[in-house]
Design a protein around this ligand. Sequence first.
Ligand SMILES: [Zn+2]
Length: 117
Amino acid sequence: MREDFDARWHELAEEVMSGMKEWRLQHPRATLKEIEQALDERLGRMRVRLLQDAALASAAAEIGAGEERPVCPQCGKELVARGRDVRELTTQHDGVLRLERSYGVCPQCGEGFFPPG
Ligand SMILES: [Zn+2]
């Protein structure tokens, strides 16, 4: 997993830098503000990808993988794992993060939850 990250993250950073260089060559008269915007766009995309990868590596993403099982926020019962599902989160700068997470159901209230983290 660590090596996957190295290769993937390297590629992402590379994309930002070469994309930025390309953009700058095509916009020789860009103002500082325009340059900043172009950079923020690229960094924003990279940010979402990094966040997604890093979040997926979290042990908290797996119900039953850690020592402590997540509990129902309403009654405190331990959640029962119910397979995996995709959770969509909106991040800062309006990026959409899609995480595949194990999904838990409370045996008492029947509510389904994604564990936090
Ligand atoms: Zn409950």
